[in-house]
Design a protein around this ligand. Structure first.
Ligand code: C5P
Length: 318
């Protein structure tokens, strides 16, 4: 190995919350215009990459990062096993995209330690894709301007650009048009993970159906302008609501119950993130997460998180 060459790269790939989210019209390209405040949080997967002669491989291991609570159902019992992932995994797609655009030589082995629940609205897959891009660049000691990385990210998924951008941002368009915001009050929150999941595609479809019965203007995207003054407070953004909470169908009762139980345990302003199904709520200052978790009644897994200012942390393994 040449002098100074990395034996590998480790990337912390952080999840996101949508503090508020409004879905607008369906566009001719099939995507929906939306306005949202994205926030990076501390819950993270770990991606490790090592160089190999050729080809890209990925093995995934699961780890339960939820609070240990009596009564909460333990999931992810497969945590000990390592499973090879399919070629369509976003990590491999992201790695191949970077390798192709930069004509990089050689392949890479990826190991992914998954802690972010999937199909939750927490942007786990997008975080992993952004981490894979960052890992490939560091491994090959290449620098690419942010604007180019954001373009590549948008080819991988609507939430991947924010997973590259990180921190606090206003998202517009299909989520890929990003404006940096200053989070005036950093916060702690509890994320609750129900056992039911939501299909994002179906949720957008249900919003279209619902809108057929409403007059125009029922979904103003105007809050984009109010937070575009580049400062945002968590409570202000949360009060904007989330359009996806209105199309939960048979899950509505479970959602309403979860919101009520989060409030009853001392948390503030529960809100769904993305198209769900995870629901988060703010931890008031000076209130202990352990106390709140002990007061919470229900089977949902709970995660204690805090707002973060960057999406990834990249370290070189020597
Ligand atoms: O971009 P991504 O692959 O994450 O999107 C998954 C699906 O969600 C899309 O195929 C589309 O049906 C829907 N979507 C949408 N409008 C958005 C983002 C996603 O309709 N802004």
């Amino acid at each position: 190995m040449s002098r100074g060459r990395a034996a590998g790269v480790r990337v912390e790939a952080r999840a996101k919350l949508n503090l508020g989210l409004r879905v607008g019209r369906k566009r001719p390209d099939g995507f929906h215009d939306l306005v949202t405040v994205f926030q990076t949080i501390s819950l993270a997967d770990t991606l490790i990459v090592r160089p190999r002669q050729s080809g890209f491989t990925l093995r995934v291991r699961f780890e339960d990062a939820s609070l240990q609570r009596p009564g909460a159902r333990r999931r992810m019992q497969r945590s000990r096993s390592t499973v090879p992932a399919g070629a369509d995994n976003l990590v491999l797609r992201a790695a191949r995209l970077v390798a192709e655009r930069l004509a990089l030589q050689g392949g890479a082995d990826f190991q992914l330690l998954k802690r972010i629940p999937h199909r939750a609205g927490l942007g786990g897959g997008s975080a992993d894709a952004a981490a894979a891009m960052a890992a490939m660049l560091r491994l090959h000691r290449r620098r690419v301007p942010l604007a180019t990385r954001l373009q590549w990210a948008a080819e991988l998924g609507s939430d991947v650009p924010f997973a590259v951008f990180g921190g606090t941002a206003l998202g517009r368009g299909r989520g890929e048009r990003l404006t940096r915001l200053r989070l005036v009050e950093p916060f702690r929150a509890i994320v609750a993970m129900p056992e039911w999941h939501i299909s994002t595609r179906e949720a957008f479809f249900k919003i279209d159906q619902m809108k057929k019965f409403l007059t125009g203007g029922a979904f103003p995207l105007g809050f984009g302008q109010s937070v575009a003054r580049e400062e945002v407070r968590p409570l202000g953004a949360l009060r904007v609501g989330n359009t996806f909470e209105r199309v939960l169908g048979s899950h509505t009762r479970a959602f309403v119950s979860l919101v009520r139980r989060l409030r009853a345990s001392g948390l503030v302003e529960p809100r769904m993130t993305g198209s769900g199904s995870a629901v988060f709520a703010l931890l008031p200052k000076h209130v202990s997460s352990v106390r709140v978790a002990a007061a919470f009644r229900g089977p949902e897994r709970l995660f204690v998180v805090r707002s973060m200012r960057s999406a990834t942390r990249v370290t070189t393994i020597r």
